[in-house]
Design a protein around this ligand. Structure first.
Ligand SMILES: Cc1cc2nc3c(=O)[nH]c(=O)nc-3n(C[C@H](O)[C@H](O)[C@H](O)COP(=O)(O)OP(=O)(O)OC[C@H]3O[C@@H](n4cnc5c(N)ncnc54)[C@H](O)[C@@H]3O)c2cc1C
Length: 350
C-alpha cells in the first residue's frame, strides 16, 4: 500500500481522488458504509463549490445555492452566493465514492491499526474528522469545539425553497436548508457554550412556530464544529509515524477558521492538497498557511463589525453589496481582503 487515506468524508474522498491520479496503490479506509442513508452525514451546503474536485453531475447534487435569508433580532436580510450548491450529502458521498478508482475497505481504524498501516504506507492522510485517530499518537486540542445538532424535518418550506434561511437565536444559528419544498435539513449551533439539550428545546420552539415536529432528542444527530489556531494547524499538519509521512486534512486538522461556514470546501481543498503536495514534492504546511492566513485575517477584521451591527446588518452591508459571501468569508487573494477592509472602514459603527 503506497497511500492510505483514513476517513471517507469530503477530505478523504478528495485526497483519495487526487492520490489516484499518481498512484494505483491507494486504499481508503472508511468506517461507515456508503449508501443513500449514510449516517453521520451533515453539512449539506457548500459555499465554494469550485474548491471541490467533482462536478455537479454527481447524484445528490440538488441545486445551486444563490441566496440565503438571514433573520436576527434586528430584522432580516439577504446575502448572495456566487458559487454555492445544496446537496443531499449521503447520496452525494455515495455517488462520489462509487466513481473512485481506489481500494475501499470498510473498517474503523484504531491507533494500533494506524501504527500498522504507517509501517506499510509511504503516505497516510488522516481525514477521520473531529478528534482524529492520529490524535491518539500526537497530542493536540482544538481551540473551538462547538456542539451542533442536525436533523431532517417535514412540512411546508415553499416560502424558503430554493434558498436557505438562517435564524440567529440566542447564541445560536439555526439553519434551514430545504432539500425539497416539503423536506428540510436543519442544523443548529455553533458556539462553545451551547448545551445540546438547550439547543434541542430551542429548535423545537423555533420550528413549532411553523407547525413543524422535530424528531426525538435521541434521533437527532449530534456533531461538533471544530477549529484550530493557525499555529496548531501548521504544527500538526504533517508529521511522521514509523516510516510514513502523515498528513491531517479537513476537520481532523480543525482547518475551519472559527465559525466560517466553509468547513466543507476547506475539507475538500485540504484533502486534495495533502495528496497533491506529496506527489509534487511541495510543502503542505506552506499551502495551508497562505490559504488560512487570508481567511483568518478576514475573520478577525469582520468580527468587531459583526459584534457591533449584528449578523443581518453586517452581512447585508458586506456580502450583499460589492463582495460575494464566498470572497468575504474565504478570500483567495489580497485583493479580496483589501476590498472587504475598505468596505468595513466605510461602515458606520455606532
Ligand atoms: C451539524 C453540522 C452542520 C454543518 N453544516 C455545514 C454546512 O452547511 N456547510 C459547510 O461547509 N460545513 C458544514 N459543517 C462542517 C462540515 O460538515 C465539516 O467541516 C466537514 O464535514 C469536514 O469534512 P471531513 O471530511 O474533514 O470530516 P467528516 O465529514 O467528519 O468525515 C470524517 C469521516 O471519517 C470517518 N471516520 C471517523 N473516524 C474514523 C476511523 N477511526 N476510521 C475510519 N473512518 C473514520 C467518519 O465516519 C467520516 O465519514 C457542519 C458541521 C456540522 C456538525
Amino acid at each position: 500500500m503506497e497511500v492510505a487515506i483514513i476517513g471517507g468524508g469530503f477530505a478523504g474522498l478528495s485526497a483519495a481522488q487526487e492520490a489516484s491520479k499518481f498512484s494505483d496503490d491507494v486504499t481508503l479506509f472508511h468506517q461507515k458504509p456508503y449508501s443513500e442513508e449514510r449516517s453521520g452525514c451533515w453539512g449539506q451546503g457548500i459555499k465554494d463549490f469550485s474548491r471541490f474536485p467533482v462536478q455537479r453531475e454527481l447524484d445528490g447534487y440538488l441545486r445551486d445555492l444563490n441566496q440565503a435569508k438571514l433573520e436576527d433580532g434586528n430584522g432580516s436580510g439577504e446575502v448572495s452566493f456566487a458559487d454555492g450548491v445544496v446537496i443531499e450529502r449521503s447520496r452525494f458521498e455515495n455517488s462520489w465514492a462509487s466513481r473512485l478508482d481506489v481500494d475501499m475497505i470498510q473498517e474503523r481504524i484504531d491507533r494500533f491499526k494506524l501504527e500498522q498501516i504507517s509501517r506499510d504506507a509511504k503516505l497516510v492522510v488522516d481525514c477521520s474528522g473531529p478528534f482524529p485517530v492520529s490524535k491518539k499518537l500526537r497530542d493536540f486540542s482544538y481551540s473551538l469545539i462547538a456542539p451542533m445538532l442536525n436533523c431532517k424535518v417535514y412540512g411546508d418550506f415553499s416560502d424558503i425553497y430554493p434558498d436557505v434561511k438562517v435564524i440567529k437565536y440566542k447564541r445560536y444559528f439555526l439553519e434551514m436548508m430545504p432539500e425539497t419544498e416539503e423536506r428540510c435539513n436543519i442544523s443548529i449551533g455553533c458556539s462553545r457554550e451551547n448545551e445540546p439539550a438547550e439547543m434541542y428545546e430551542d429548535m423545537e420552539t423555533i420550528l413549532s412556530d411553523r407547525d413543524i415536529d422535530v424528531p426525538d432528542f435521541n434521533e437527532v444527530t449530534h456533531g461538533n464544529y471544530v477549529s484550530n489556531s493557525l499555529l496548531t494547524i501548521l504544527r500538526h499538519s504533517k508529521f511522521r509515524i514509523n516510516g510514513a509521512e502523515v498528513k491531517l486534512a479537513g476537520d481532523a486538522l480543525g482547518i475551519s477558521s472559527g465559525i466560517s461556514g466553509f468547513g466543507n470546501s476547506r475539507a475538500s481543498w485540504s484533502g486534495t492538497q495533502a495528496a497533491k503536495t506529496y506527489f509534487a514534492g511541495e510543502s503542505y504546511p506552506k499551502k495551508i498557511f497562505f490559504d488560512q492566513f487570508l481567511s483568518r485575517a478576514m475573520h478577525t477584521t469582520f468580527k468587531p463589525l459583526h459584534r457591533q451591527l449584528g449578523i443581518v446588518s453586517s452581512m447585508r452591508y458586506l456580502g450583499g453589496s460589492e463582495l460575494e459571501v464566498g470572497r468575504l468569508g474565504d478570500p483567495r487573494g489580497l485583493r479580496d481582503l483589501l476590498r472587504a477592509t475598505k468596505q468595513i472602514a466605510r461602515c458606520k459603527i455606532n
